[in-house]
Design a protein around this ligand. Structure first.
Ligand SMILES: [Zn+2]
Length: 356
C-alpha cells in the first residue's frame, strides 16, 4: 500500500479547464521556425488537429512499437510532413524458463529492421526494462544485460538512434510532499511507486546500467527520455554530457519543468545554453483509448488541448519570462536566446534522429 497523499497536494490538477474549440484552434505559438515535438504518443489525426499543426508548423514524433506502432507507421506514410515515428523493442519474455536469448535477439532485430525500413527514425526501450521485467531467477532485467546486447550492437552497426526510458523521475523513490511533483501521480499509480518497495532496483542501479550501455556503444546516438531521468539535478546531467559525447536528452513530460523550478533558475538557464546541442523539446502527450476520429466534440477538444497547451506552456517556459502554471506550481520562464530555442525546438531532433 502506497502512503496516503497529503490533502494539500490533492488539490493540484493536471489541466486547467479546456477552452472552447475556437480558442484552441486560434492559439498560435509565436516561433519564427517550424517546431518538433520529439517525444509523444499522440494519434492526433483529426482534420482540425492537423490544421492546427500546419498553422503552427508543428511536427509530432510518436513513440511506440508493436500494436501502437501500426498507427504511428500509418501516420508517417499518410502525413510525412506532420509526423515522425520511433519504434520500440520487443520486451523479452525472460521470466519464462524456456526463454532462449539468441532466438529473442533474432526476432527483436528483425522487428527493428522492418520498422526502420518502414521509416522509423529510432528505437526505444520502455521502463519495463529496469523496473518491471524479471528474469527466471527473479532478478530484474537491466538494460546492460547480455540478453539485450545484440540489439544494441545492431543499432550501433546500423546507425540507428536509441532512446531509453529506463527508470522514473527521482520522485518515484521519494516520500510524497510539496517538493515531490509526482506525489499525485504515484498515489494514483501505486504499482509504479518505488519508495515503499525497497526490494526493487533503485534509481541509481538503473542509471548505472544505462550509463554502461552508453559507454559500451560510443558510436550509437543515445537519447535519454524525460531528461534521462536526471531531471532533479542539472549537474548530474552535465556530468553525463561531459563524459559521453553520444548522449542527448529530451525534455518530455511537463512535470519535469517543475523539477527544474526547484533548482537555481540562473544555473538551469546556463545549463540549457552550455549544452544547447544535447537537448530537444518533447511533450509526452498521449491519446490512449480511442482515435481522434471516433471522439465526440468535447473529447476532441480535450485531446487537442492536451497537446496545444503542452507545446504552448513549454514555449512560454523556455522562450519567455512569463509565469506559467503547471499543476498549480507557478514557474517563471527562463527566456533562452533565439538560436538556443531553435536547436531545442527543432534542429537537435533532426540531428539526433536523422531522417526526421
Ligand atoms: Zn513517453
Amino acid at each position: 500500500m502506497a502512503p496516503e497523499l497529503p490533502k494539500e497536494l490533492d488539490k493540484r490538477t493536471t489541466q486547467d479547464d479546456v477552452p472552447d474549440m475556437e480558442a484552441i484552434k486560434s492559439l498560435r505559438i509565436p516561433a519564427d521556425f517550424p517546431l518538433i515535438d520529439a517525444h509523444a504518443h499522440y494519434g492526433g489525426e483529426s482534420p482540425v488537429m492537423m490544421e492546427w499543426m500546419a498553422a503552427n508548423k508543428l511536427k509530432i514524433v510518436n513513440i511506440g512499437g508493436q500494436e501502437r506502432g501500426k498507427i504511428y507507421r500509418r501516420l508517417i506514410e499518410d502525413h510525412p510532413d506532420k509526423y515522425g515515428w520511433i519504434t520500440s523493442i520487443l520486451v523479452p519474455d525472460c521470466e519464462n524458463e524456456d526463454f532462449v536469448p539468441a532466438e529473442y535477439a533474432e526476432k527483436a532485430i528483425s522487428d527493428m529492421a522492418n520498422d526502420i525500413a518502414a521509416g522509423a527514425v529510432g528505437v526505444k526501450v520502455f521502463k519495463m526494462i529496469g523496473m518491471m521485467t524479471q528474469k527466471a531467477d527473479g532478478s530484474y532485467l537491466q538494460i546492460d544485460d547480455p540478453i539485450l546486447k545484440p540489439l544494441f550492437d545492431w543499432m550501433e552497426a546500423n546507425d540507428v538512434t536509441h532512446i531509453a526510458h529506463v527508470a522514473e523521475a527521482m520522485g518515484c523513490w521519494q516520500p510524497f510532499g510539496e517538493k515531490n511533483a509526482y506525489s499525485k501521480y504515484y498515489s494514483n499509480n501505486p504499482n509504479y511507486y518505488m519508495y515503499d518497495k525497497p526490494e526493487r532496483p533503485h534509481h541509481s542501479t538503473i542509471m548505472a546500467a544505462r550509463d554502461a550501455v552508453i559507454e559500451r556503444h560510443p558510436k550509437m546516438r543515445f537519447v535519454g527520455a524525460h531528461f534521462g531521468c536526471l531531471e532533479y539535478d542539472v549537474d548530474e546531467q552535465a556530468k553525463r554530457f561531459d563524459k559521453y559525447p553520444n548522449f542527448a536528452v529530451d525534455t518530455s513530460g511537463w512535470t519535469r519543468i517543475i523539477d527544474l523550478s526547484f533548482q537555481d533558475p540562473a544555473k538551469v538557464r546556463d545549463f540549457f545554453i552550455k549544452y544547447q546541442d544535447r537537448l530537444m523539446f518533447g511533450t509526452d502527450r498521449s491519446i490512449k483509448d480511442k482515435g481522434q476520429l471516433e471522439m465526440s466534440e468535447d473529447e476532441l477538444a480535450a485531446s487537442m488541448w492536451a497537446m496545444v497547451n503542452a507545446v504552448n506552456t513549454g514555449w512560454e517556459y523556455y522562450a519567455t519570462d512569463k509565469v506559467v502554471d503547471i499543476k498549480g506550481y507557478k514557474i517563471k520562464g527562463i527566456s533562452l536566446p533565439d538560436d538556443v530555442l531553435e536547436k531545442l525546438f527543432r534542429t537537435n531532433a533532426q540531428k539526433w534522429y536523422p531522417g526526421l
